[in-house]
Structures are given as structure tokens and as C-alpha cells.
Design a protein around this ligand. Structure first.
Ligand code: ATP
Ligand code: MG
Length: 412
């Protein structure tokens, strides 16, 4: 992509009203624009990041048997009335049409997925099933000041599972948990899994995936020696300094964290509400056990910025970065075009700052945007085919032959 052709560009100054790092950097670097509190436009850089996060999630959900669908955002009030959510879900956005019909904007999709899957799941042979989708959600959140980490409109991956019995849910939960940990580690995030009570949905157990960051809203206690982690906003059984109840080796430490994903055991709440009955192997009609599995895609993007930045800008993990390479030419010349085309031909995603502006601005914009590699084409490159290569997190560049750089990326 050529920066000279882009409408969205980095700015000199961060927005004054931004309270969090992700909001500041994402706006200043030209990834997003805020329409109002909690509602954002994703500009070309931002959209590329979302697509990269989605890709990782899709691959891991497909790998555990998920089947991708796309459910609507506009829901008839009736399905929400059936489960009681119309009156009990306080964050539900409701609207009335000009013909006086009531609708809700989807905050979650149990009310849609259950009657949909009821049509296809008739016997134990059809179980388990794991439909998922990646779709915008709407929630009337009271506070929305954490940048893209708490939106009133935000992108989520939500998977729903249908099981013959509790044992099968428990079996699948372990599989989903490993897949979630894989998703987050592919994004460069170390997620801790908490056990917590079921929140809005039911009295059943839920598990949260938490990433330590001051920008989060959850208070946790965790152990350095094992994976124990508890949400202390819900579970007050533990306190700071207690011996780890799991391994007994270390004392529990407090931290603030952001919930990037979670799993709820929904039990039979929704299968009963929609009278979804399935024949078991004895021919008896049972209500399937359901689970739901969310990952906040836009929130995760915000968390990545909170975790990976310095005073110059964002430092995107490789798998998430909007482009692998940020190409800068000191003087406009044919060599930069040649390298740009070569990188593209080799399948390397490249952003070329081909703008006719001060090169100092190009350098500071490159740091702000945060692609993993910065390449500089100088006068010398014309004769030697050598370019200046710098990893975003390093201070010192090195001179390298273009082909060697490409090969090093490919073998990485
Ligand atoms: P929270 O406690 O942060 O409000 P939640 O328990 O309401 O989250 P879920 O309903 O399970 O969350 O949604 C699944 C995932 O969607 C969460 O783990 C989180 O990553 C993300 N998420 C939830 N609410 C928001 C929001 N307002 N903005 C952005 N992401 C969100
Ligand atoms: Mg919530």
C-alpha cells in the first residue's frame, strides 16, 4: 500500500480527550477514529489488524470443529422475551420500528443460534455441534472510556456448543481452553485462565481469559509458579499473600487484567427456553447442554497496543501487524519502487511511505505505526542493492542486501 494514496494518515499529536494508551496511539497512528464514546471507525491499518486477529481465531476454531456462520445483528423482540433477556439484560439496546415493532441489537447470540440449530440437531448423532461467528455486538455500557477495549459497538467471535450431556461439555471445554490459549499465544499474549461464577447467564461456572495490563478492569490474584488465577471481583475466597491453593509454592500476587475471552457453561437454559429436544441413544428426548465461548476481537487489539508499545509508538507482534515491512525512501527514486514491487511479488505485505515529505516525519511515523521491519532506501542502495534494515524494537539499523533480507523473513 502506498501512503501517498491513503486518506487516513498518522497525526503529529495524540487526541486530547484520550484516557488510555490504546486510544491515544491508535488514533494518532491512523488506525481508528472515534465517532462517539465506545464507537469507532476502523481505518485501513486498523481493519488489517482486525483481519489478522480474525484469521488466527478462525484457524483455531475451525481446527477444533467449529463451523463458521454469520448471524444477524437485528433481532426481533420475541426471541429475547422468550428467554427473559428483554427485561433482564440491562445492556440490551432496544428499538421500535415505524410500524411499532420492537427489536434488539444483538449483544450476544444465544437467542438466535438456539432456534437456528434446533432445526438441524435432532438426535444424539447430530451432537456435538459448534457453530461460531464473527460479528459486531451492541451493548449499552455505562462507561466507555478504555478506548477500543470497551465499546458500545465491538467485534466479537462467539462460538456456541451443543452437547448430549455434561461430560461431553466438560470434555469439549478442555479442548476449547487449549485452542483459546493457542489463539492468544499466537498473538503474543500470555493469557491466564480464571475460574469465576457465571455472571449474567446462569449459576453455572464460567472461565475467563485474562491478560495482565493496567488498562484492564478486572482485579485478579495469580501465582507465579503455576497457572492458578482467580478473579477477586467475583471470588473473594482468596487474598493477596495467601499460599497458592493449587501448587502451594508461591504467594498469590494481585494484578489488574483485561478479559480478552471467556467461556460459559449455559446448561440447559437456552435449549429449554426454545424447547430444543434431541433424542438420545435410548430414544428419550433430552435438552442438550450448551456452552458459549467469546473472544473480544476489538478489545484484544486494544490490549495488544497496551502491552506492546514504547514512547515512540506501537510495536505490533508479527502475526498481528498491519504490514510486515514499512518501506521508506529518502529521496524519491526508482529503486524504492523496484523494492516495493519485489516485496509484493514475494508475498510480503509492505507499506511504502512514498510521500513527498520530510524524511524525519517518515521515520517518526514508522515508529508510531509500528510495523515489525523498517527498510530505508538511500542513495547508496541505487548502486549496491543494499538497504538499511531495522526491527521496530531495536535502535540500531543494519545494512543488508535486499534478497538476504527477504530470505531471512521467509525462514523466520
Ligand atoms: P466484561 O466483564 O468486560 O463486560 P463480559 O463478561 O460482559 O465482559 P462476554 O459477554 O462474555 O463479556 O463477551 C465475550 C468477550 O467479549 C469478553 O471476554 C470481552 O473480551 C469482549 N467484550 C465484552 N464486552 C465488551 C465491550 N463492551 N467492548 C469490547 N469487548 C467486549
Ligand atoms: Mg459486560
Amino acid at each position: 500500500m502506498k501512503m501517498s494514496r491513503m486518506g487516513a494518515r498518522p497525526e503529529k499529536m495524540a487526541p486530547k480527550d484520550a484516557e488510555t494508551i490504546n486510544h491515544k496511539l491508535l488514533v494518532q497512528a491512523g488506525f481508528v477514529r472515534q465517532l462517539m464514546a465506545g464507537v469507532y471507525t476502523y481505518l485501513p491499518f486498523g481493519l488489517r489488524v482486525l483481519r489478522n486477529i480474525e484469521k488466527i481465531i478462525r484457524e483455531e476454531m475451525d481446527a477444533i470443529g467449529g463451523e463458521e456462520i454469520l448471524m444477524p445483528m437485528l433481532h426481533p423482540a420475541e426471541i429475547w422475551k422468550k428467554t427473559g433477556g428483554w427485561d433482564s439484560v440491562d445492556i440490551l439496546f432496544k428499538l421500535t420500528s415505524r410500524t411499532d415493532r420492537d427489536y434488539a441489537l444483538g449483544s450476544s447470540q444465544e437467542e438466535v443460534v438456539t432456534p437456528t440449530m434446533k432445526e438441524f440437531i435432532r438426535s444424539y448423532r447430530d451432537l456435538p455441534r459448534m457453530p461460531y461467528h464473527i460479528q459486531w455486538k451492541f451493548r449499552d455500557e455505562l462507561r466507555s472510556k478504555s478506548g477500543i477495549m470497551r465499546g458500545r459497538e465491538f467485534l466479537m467471535k462467539d462460538m456456541y456448543s451443543f452437547h448430549l450431556d455434561q461430560a461431553d461439555f466438560d470434555r469439549f471445554y478442555e479442548i476449547a481452553k487449549s485452542a483459546y490459549l493457542k489463539v492468544f499465544s499466537r498473538m503474543g499474549l500470555d493469557a491466564k485462565v480464571t475460574e469465576a461464577s457465571g455472571g449474567d447467564f446462569s449459576e453455572k461456572i464460567s472461565y475467563e481469559f485474562e491478560v495482565l495490563t493496567d488498562a484492564g478492569e478486572v482485579n485478579i490474584l495469580y501465582c507465579d509458579s503455576c497457572e492458578f488465577c482467580a478473579n477477586v471481583d467475583d471470588l473473594s475466597n482468596y487474598k493477596e499473600g495467601d499460599k497458592c491453593p493449587k501448587c502451594g509454592k508461591s504467594k498469590l500476587k494481585p494484578s489488574v487484567a483485561a478479559e480478552v475471552g471467556n467461556v460459559f457453561d449455559l446448561g440447559q437454559k437456552y435449549s429449554k427456553a426454545f424447547d430444543m429436544k434431541v433424542a438420545n441413544d435410548k430414544g428419550e428426548m433430552i435438552y442438550p447442554i450448551m456452552g458459549c465461548y467469546g473472544i473480544g476481537i476489538t478489545r484484544t487489539m486494544g490490549v495488544i497496543v497496551e502491552k506492546f508499545h514504547d514512547d515512540k509508538g506501537i510495536i505490533w507482534p508479527k502475526n498481528i501487524a498491519p504490514f510486515m515491512v514499512h518501506l521508506i525512501d529518502i529521496k524519491q527514486n526508482d529503486k524504492a519502487l523496484e523494492i516495493y514491487q519485489l516485496l509484493q511479488a514475494k508475498g510480503i505485505e509492505v507499506l511504502w511511505d512514498d510521500r513527498d515529505i520530510n524524511v524525519g516525519v517518515k521515520f517518526s511515523d514508522a515508529d508510531l505505526i509500528g510495523c515489525p521491519w523498517r527498510l530505508v532506501v538511500s542513495e547508496k542502495s541505487m548502486s549496491t542493492n543494499e538497504i538499511e534494515v531495522k526491527a521496530r524494537q531495536n535502535d540500531e539499523p543494519e545494512m543488508m542486501n535486499v534478497e538476504s533480507f527477504i530470505n531471512s523473513l521467509k525462514s523466520d
